[in-house]
Design a protein around this ligand. Structure first.
Ligand SMILES: [Zn+2]
Length: 389
């Protein structure tokens, strides 16, 4: 399972003096065989090595480091796609000067790429990551509980709690007195069980920092249990489903949790796009459309860049000052000539992250489609004069 810290480390990597290698491979066995995957990987490495050998713009040390890094990364990647597997994509990063290497097995296919640069190429990774949430799924009944962590299509069993409820023995002739006493005893027992489960859950939350909580069980039991949840956790419950702790198979828990996650994610994306359009159309802190969004990115105004999944388009970039534009041949900021880039959206994603903003990918075909498939929630608006200057 992909750990939070591992991803943070890649996203936090600033521009480096030494080469940084980023590798992506589509490893979906339904689309290409294991042999085809290995051939695709090898040819990416071969092409990049030939290209590097012909380059002289970075100095010989840089080149030597990059080449040895490619050598080593190729070995790592080929070892990962060595046997039949369930992951559909691989992302790998390395910074040979620091001896840093990290491989991620992804639940979704990615487009093949191998890039040697000063910064890691993170867009495909972030696009996949923000589709997923770290979720805790708790199955509970009156004496049993099971805790699972679900992340990126994988499930981990964390704990099982069993507080056996004393038998409800019916003794004839007691006219209900003893029965009521036993009933009270049972209720005490269930309360203790709920309290214990809530505590274990909260400890797990502090350790894993999950985003959402899904509850499985009988509706009445869940309703009785909910008041025991810590307020932090109560606010993270997204939905419940019918389950029997100790009986519902792990595969079913995973499947139900994933379905709930997808539906919730989709609802949140719809809300985000709606909010963005409301803000943009009322002249508030939001812009939509390619040119206005790029201008907000360059101005460091972006709080959240919102892009439709899979959308890319060509544009221009000023290597001198970082200006991003649609088709300007001269940079309107510094006057230098611009360079054409095949995917300006990717440049916008990197620049947004660089300025400390967030990036959200929303489903294709959202309301944003009518506005060049992208927009941004802003931290502030530049005064009209400053924009013209
Ligand atoms: Zn410029």
């Amino acid at each position: 399972m992909i750990r939070h810290e591992e991803v943070e480390r890649i996203l936090a990597m600033g521009p480096s003096e030494s080469p940084v290698l980023s590798f992506y491979l589509n490893t979906h066995l339904g689309r290409r065989s294991l042999d085809e995957q290995r051939i695709a990987a090898k040819s990416l490495f071969r092409e990049r090595k030939l290209e590097l050998e012909a380059r002289h713009d970075h100095g010989e040390d840089w080149k030597r480091l990059a080449l040895s890094g490619l050598e080593r990364l190729e070995e790592i990647v080929l070892a990962v796609v060595d046997a039949p597997h369930a992951f559909r994509g691989v992302a790998a990063f390395s910074c040979p000067a620091d001896g840093f290497e990290q491989v991620f097995r992804l639940p979704q296919p990615v487009k093949d790429a191998l890039i040697v640069d000063h910064t890691p190429y993170v867009r495909p990774l972030t696009a996949i990551l923000d589709e997923y949430h770290r979720i805790c799924t708790l199955l509970i009944d009156r004496e049993r509980a099971e805790l699972y962590e679900v992340y990126m299509g994988e499930i981990l069993h964390h704990a099982e709690v069993f507080d056996e409820v004393p038998g409800r023995v019916r003794i004839a002739g007691w006219y209900g007195l003893e029965e009521r006493r036993i009933e009270r005893h049972v209720e005490d027992h269930v309360r203790r069980h709920f309290r214990r489960v809530a505590e274990i859950l909260f400890r797990l939350f502090r350790r894993l920092g999950f985003d959402w909580l899904v509850l499985g069980g009988h509706h009445e039991v869940i309703a009785d249990f909910r008041p025991y949840l810590h307020p932090y956790l109560a606010s993270r419950v997204i939905r419940e489903f019918h389950a029997e702790p100790g009986e519902t198979p792990v595969a079913v828990v995973l499947e139900r949790t994933r379905a709930i996650e997808e539906a919730t994610e989709r609802e949140e994306e719809k809300k985000l796009v709606r909010e963005l359009l409301d803000r943009a159309q009322s002249g508030g802190l939001g812009v939509v459309g390619l040119a206005p969004t790029l201008s907000a990115v360059v101005g460091g105004q972006v709080h959240t860049l919102v892009v439709e999944e899979g959308f890319s388009t060509a544009g221009v970039l000023c290597r001198r000052c970082g200006f991003l534009g649609v088709s300007e041949s001269l940079c309107p900021v510094c006057g230098d000539s611009t360079t054409r880039v095949p995917d300006i959206v990717d440049e916008a994603v990197e620049a947004t992250i660089h300025y400390g903003g967030r990036v959200e990918h929303v489903f294709a075909g959202s309301e944003l489609s009518a506005f060049d498939h992208m927009g941004a929630l802003l931290r502030f608006r530049l005064p009209e004069k400053a924009k013209q200057a």
